[in-house]
Design a binder for this molecule. Structure first.
Ligand code: DLL
Length: 446
């Protein structure tokens, strides 16, 4: 496997990944109609909404009129907790996955054997696009459990015939030992855990060149180009972005490949993407809005027009690539984590871009939205310096200046001592905290 820029990894499923776009659209159209028939037959909440729109069979709908069909959203999962959106019979469900959701409420999603098969297939494609082959050794440090990260990568790696080491998350000392002893070429984990692992390695005096890693698939939380550089520097690999969500399937909905030019190829033969504005109206390619997915082939919990809350844009296929799939940008943020500070809209990832562009800043930060005075919200930002002996006051002043120049708002920046910010060893790292009353969420940020 080569990871240099310009490498074109072969397709795992040429018929699906390399189909003529017109041919794929016919397939999507056909699958959409069958999906609508499945939803109507299940006679659940989504069937009711379809009938309210005058749809009584699949042949009533087409991709051109998709925007007229009703949405489904996370609140619907909560309102019908635990399994109210299930469309298959109980006997056909083979597993349940879940996420704690962005508002801390659990969303549970039942999968059929068919869904798991689709998942393995799209994950195998994602890994293949990163140059992973049957000869690869995949160190999977996503959590195994209700969270889809660990098992999703696992299904895809075994489908591909690679060797997967199901290390799961946490127990970092053991992870380091396995990275050295088993010499995997592929690492899969959250980007924040990749940083954590890289720093733990560096603290033991091991340099990236002593590792055998060549590529990593990092996702499950937002990250920026600046974070990518940090990970690549620490671990000596090519860092690719993988996206997905439990409600739709888990990881594998979209993934960068070595030749996708920084955007993520969408498995759009299974997950039909749209981007909509705040009013729900579809936006043209290139415009940034909320991602919406229709799960064309799922049977356990099929979803018509699921509003993800994730903010991104759509693009056509990578020019000259054998992959003809449409691509999506990285996720810029979530509709529910967009901060409105004194009238200015800010996504936490824009703040990350500014912070990590400064080489004096370590890739750890926390944004505190201070709303104790509702009429004058403040952003307080904690960072850690790479060099503990640097001038903290100068760094604070200069970062505040850079944030003002980029975002147009003044922020209070505090440089805290190294290792002062909380690290998450077993999952997604919270980067944003709201402070409405009580004591400061992080000492030193007052
Ligand atoms: O995070 C699935 C996953 C596992 C994706 C491993 C990639 C790798 P959930 O726990 O349901 O599923 O969380 C889904 O995480 O709606 C996004 O807000 C966020 N997310 C996932 N991948 C990315 C990414 C998994 N690459 C929620 N960039 C989604 C930014 C991401 N955000």
């Amino acid at each position: 496997m080569a990871t240099a820029q310009g490498v074109r990894p072969s397709l795992v499923d040429p018929e699906a990944e390399g189909a003529y776009p017109e041919r794929r659209r016919e397939l999507q159209e056909y699958r959409l109609r069958r999906l609508v028939d499945r939803l109507l037959a299940a006679d659940g909440m989504q069937a009711g909404r379809l009938r309210d729109c005058g749809v009584s069979r699949g042949s009533d709908v087409g991709l051109d009129q998709l925007h007229r069909l009703p949405f489904v959203c996370q609140q619907d999962f909560w309102d019908h907790y635990p399994f109210g959106l299930r469309a298959a019979s109980e006997a056909d469900i083979v597993c349940v996955h879940g996420s704690s959701g962005t508002m801390g409420r659990t969303t549970l999603v039942p999968y059929t054997a068919h869904d798991v098969d689709v998942w393995a297939q799209v994950m195998a494609r994602a890994l293949g696009g990163a140059g992973v082959t049957r000869r690869s050794f995949v160190h999977c440090a996503y959590g195994y459990g209700l969270f889809t990260g660990g098992l999703g990568v696992h299904h895809g790696a075994t489908r591909l015939g690679a060797t997967v080491v199901p290390v799961s998350s946490g127990a970092t000392d053991r992870q380091l030992r396995l990275l050295l002893d088993l010499r995997p070429d592929v690492l899969c984990c959250t980007p924040s855990y990749a940083i954590y692992l890289g720093e733990a390695l560096a603290s033991t005096g091991i340099v990236a060149e002593q590792l055998s890693l060549r590529v990593g698939l990092f996702g499950a939380e937002p990250w920026t180009a600046e974070m990518r550089l940090s990970i690549e520097g620490l671990l000596g690999l090519r860092a690719l972005n993988i996206y997905g969500l439990t409600e739709v399937i888990g990881p594998g909905v979209a993934c960068e490949s070595l030749d996708s030019e920084g955007l993520l190829n969408i498995a759009e033969d299974h997950f039909y993407p749209e981007v909509v504005g705040p009013d729900g109206a579809p936006l043209p390619a290139g415009e940034v809005g909320e991602l919406v997915f229709t799960t064309l082939t799922k049977t356990g919990t099929p979803l018509l027009r699921y509003r993800t809350g994730d903010v991104a844009s759509l693009s056509g296929p990578a020019p000259g690539s054998a992959r003809t799939l449409r691509r999506m940008s990285r996720v810029f943020g979530r509709t529910d984590d967009m901060l409105v500070i004194r009238g200015t809209n800010v996504f936490p990832s824009e703040i990350e871009t500014v912070l990590l562009a400064d080489r004096r800043v370590a890739p750890h930060y926390l944004i505190v939205e201070d709303r104790r005075d509702q009429s004058r919200p403040e952003l307080r930002i904690a960072v850690e310096p790479r060099d503990p002996h640097g001038d903290a006051e100068v760094l604070e002043r200069e970062l505040a200046g850079a944030l003002y120049a980029r975002l147009g708002i003044s922020c209070i920046v505090r440089v805290l001592p190294p290792d002062h910010l909380p690290r998450e060893e077993s999952g997604k790292t919270p980067r944003l905290v709201r402070w409405e009353h009580g004591v400061v969420p992080l000492p030193g940020l007052e």
